[in-house]
Design a protein around this ligand. Structure first.
Ligand code: DGJ
Length: 739
């Protein structure tokens, strides 16, 4: 519901109220965001104080208490009496960048406008569009707010329109800015690296400006386009959290400023360091959308808000509500060293183990036997696959399994027919040599002829064989992000134009091939963002497949994204990334918490191991709908130095709890695990219980002696369950209750 009354906008649903106000100077102010209010009557009016060195606009010269430097603003400019971080910066034709936006008009309407060419949420209840106009009539900004009735989410974006007679340059265009009237926050962000994505980092808000950002032309492994401001007393289960997640896969920046008078400004959007956009008279520019999320139920409340929203209002694939096939991927099994025979042998074994999808990874095209060549040459290497993809896919299908294929369409190797034919199709600048990443160069998707080639090549591949699944990879970040032929004053548009070009290609392909299940990937989780989820309903979470590392990576990813979107595979020991030996049970149960699969040579399993895998696969098939689509709650998140994790999944019929303890330690207290958010009046009956097996695989399952097997939800939450103490490293437990 959105109301406009007495110069105030009140956006409200059962989760939050969000209040804006038009000031007497026609500036748009932020007044409230938090628990829903029956009515906003301004019980805490703005105290207008004369603050030293906070200046006045000319119109308020004699009113020294009216300063943009101290007012809580909704889309602030810089250099025109506000000295905090700005929401935007527009350079006028005369080279200056002083502008002033005043409230002009607004519209409230049902539904949500389409954000041309961008990934975006859909199915919105009501939208408020506020028109702000530069006082010198150079341009307008339309701020969009969509309230979704059934979620704690508010979607925001901004649209710039050049309404003047001269060209302007947008140097900075955030999707949202918010001024909080205090600074009593911790900041939570997800940082990382390749093979170490989305580590949860919680820290006290610093005095000054804190930034998470990417200039890499990808949302990146290093910083997720997500940030949360949590009250210091907020835990996983209680307390207020304000979070933002950008629906964008390229360079971004989120900044938080704890400023001089104890307030906080927050902005998120395109990274101004890698972006400029020239707008000619009459042209428009639409920013990406940001998903704002208010939780008064702690971090789990926030995560559940994002998870439900993405499932219902962002992911479009026909697979979004279908349980995902259990796959085997040949990457860590064979790397580039495979042929049809080997993949068919994997398929044969996959069938025996009960798996459902065989994925052929990198190395099937051109003359690619290592990562030096052939990206761009999307024709089959007949030495490896004499019967082409079609022949292999049919062999896999004959065994009752689905077939999947890896591609990396955005890239080209110097050693490729494509590069030899079109050396200028890469992102580059005239006077400097292009830089390499994994020996590859980036195709300039900001150019239509390059996009046409990629589209055509992918259309041919996808229709060349019965392909059920595609893994879309991207294995380096942007350098020299400029484009041949683009005029000098538009070169800084290249990164964003690349993203728009990529989205255009993806939109066309996912529309033309609706029966393909797409999995996005960027060297693991380098583009794990809401932008990608709009096109592809699952993402390979990380190139680190070690079960211990995955505990942190999957917990961090789950902070902002649904479980069902996270690719999670069992790999071999010693693990290929960190050399660790973990238990088979831990590797399986960690991989359960996502789209479960195998990433090792399954033909090398012993008969005993095969029997175990059959059991794990059978169990997962029974419970996967609860894990993939149930309500996900983190019970323990790396407590005790990253040693313990517990994850709970619940739907109408079932409750699954996974508990992991990395290292056994002497003289530790007995772990009591308290479940969360259950129905206190419902009876939960323990149907299956898997304690850890010893490293030696002694097979001796211990059975905990509960007097009863059925408990009311209140007891499981408040008394908890006692975790059987089993002295082994890499311990993994699973409880399955039915209601
Ligand atoms: C990076 C991916 O994350 C891996 O899973 C694999 O597909 C390789 N690329 C192949 O080059």
């Amino acid at each position: 519901m959105i109301k406009f009354d007495n110069n105030r906008f009140h956006l409200k649903n059962s989760f939050y109220s969000y209040v804006l106000e038009v000031s007497k100077g026609a500036h748009l102010l932020h007044r409230y965001w938090g628990k829903p209010l029956k009515e906003f009557r301004d019980s805490a009016p703005l105290q207008m104080l004369d603050r030293g060195f906070s200046g006045q606009l000319r119109a308020f010269e004699n009113e020294r208490t009216y300063s943009l430097d101290t007012l809580p603003q909704e889309y602030p400019a810089q250099g025109h009496t506000d000295f905090r971080i700005p929401a935007y910066r527009v350079e006028l034709e005369n080279g200056t960048n002083i502008t002033e936006l005043n409230y002009k008009a607004h519209r409230i309407f049902d539904g949500k406008p389409n954000l041309q060419g961008l990934p975006q949420s859909f199915g919105g209840g009501q939208t408020l569009e506020i028109e702000l106009e530069d006082i010198c009539n150079n341009f307008k900004v339309f701020l969009n707010y969509t309230v979704f009735e059934d979620t704690p989410i508010l979607a925001r974006s901004a649209r710039f329109v050049n309404s003047g007679g001269k060209s302007i340059k947008i140097r900075n265009a955030t999707s949202a800015a918010i001024d909080f009237n205090d600074n009593n926050f911790d900041i939570i962000n997800l940082y990382g690296a390749h093979t170490a994505e989305r580590t949860i980092h919680r820290h006290k808000i610093p005095r000054g400006i804190f930034e998470v950002s990417s200039t890499r032309g990808a949302s990146s492994h290093q910083h997720s386009p997500f940030i949360a401001l949590a009250r210091p007393d907020a835990t996983e289960f209680v307390g207020e959290v304000y979070a933002a997640s950008l629906v964008y896969s390229g360079s971004f920046a989120a900044k938080v400023e704890a400023e001089q008078f104890g307030t906080t400004r927050f902005v998120i959007g395109l990274n101004p360091d890698t972006f400029t956009w020239k707008l000619e008279p009459g042209e428009e520019f639409q920013t990406p959308e940001v998903i704002l999320n208010y939780s008064c139920a702690g971090l789990n409340g926030m995560s559940q808000g994002f998870q439900k929203f993405y499932q219902e209002h962002l992911i479009r694939s026909k697979f979004k509500n279908q349980v995902r096939p259990i796959l085997v991927n040949n990457w860590e099994a064979t790397y580039f060293d495979f042929n049809e025979e080997k993949i068919v042998a994997l398929a044969e074994c996959a069938k025996d183990l009960g798996l459902e999808l065989v994925v052929l990874d990198d190395g099937w095209f051109g003359k690619r036997n290592d990562d030096n060549s052939s990206l761009g040459d999307w024709f089959v290497n007949k030495e490896k696959l004499p019967n082409e993809i079609k022949g292999l896919a049919e062999e896999v299908h004959k065994r009752g399994l689905k077939f999947g294929l890896w591609v990396e369409p955005e890239m080209v190797n110097e050693d490729s027919e494509l590069f030899r034919a079109h050396p200028d199709w890469i992102l580059h600048v005239p006077d400097y040599q292009p830089s390499f990443g994994r020996h590859q160069l980036i195709l300039d998707l900001s150019r239509s002829e390059v996009r046409d080639y990629v589209l055509d090549a992918m259309r041919k591949v996808f229709s060349s064989a019965p392909i059920d699944y595609v893994k879309w990879d991207m294995n380096r970040h942007m350098t020299e992000a400029f484009s041949a032929g683009r005029p000098a004053d538009r070169q800084m548009e290249t990164q964003h134009r690349y993203m728009l070009g990529l989205y255009d290609i993806m939109e066309k392909l996912v529309t033309e091939f609706p029966d393909i299940l797409f999995e996005s990937c960027s060297g693991g989780g380098g583009r794990f963002d809401a932008g990608m989820l709009y096109y592809m309903p699952q993402i390979w979470t990380s190139d680190d497949s070690d079960a211990v590392c995955r505990l942190s990576i999957q917990s961090g990813t789950g902070l902002a994204f649904p479980v069902v979107t996270q690719g999670a595979h069992v790999s071999v020991v010693p693990n290929h990334q960190v050399g660790r030996m973990t238990t088979f049970q831990m590797r399986n149960f960690v991989a359960y918490a996502g789209t479960y699969g195998f990433e090792l040579d399954i033909t090398k399993f012993t008969e005993d191991e095969k029997a175990e895998v059959r059991d794990y696969v059978k169990l997962y098939k029974e419970i996967r709908s609860t894990i993939q689509f149930g309500k996900f709650t983190r019970l323990l998140t790396g407590d005790k130095d990253g040693n313990e994790y517990a994850w709970q999944f619940e739907d109408d019929g079932r409750l699954i709890v996974l508990y992991f303890k990395v290292l056994a330690k002497p003289a530790e207290p007995i772990r009591i695990l308290k479940f969360a958010d259950l129905n206190p009046d419902k009876v939960y009956t323990l149907k299956k219980y898997f304690p850890p097996k010893k490293m030696s695989f002694d097979g001796g399952k211990q059975v905990i002696n509960f007097e009863e097997k059925s408990f009311y939800g209140d007891e499981l939450m408040f008394e908890g369950i006692s975790v059987e103490k089993i002295d082994t490293d890499f311990a993994a437990y699973l409880w399955c209750f039915e209601k």
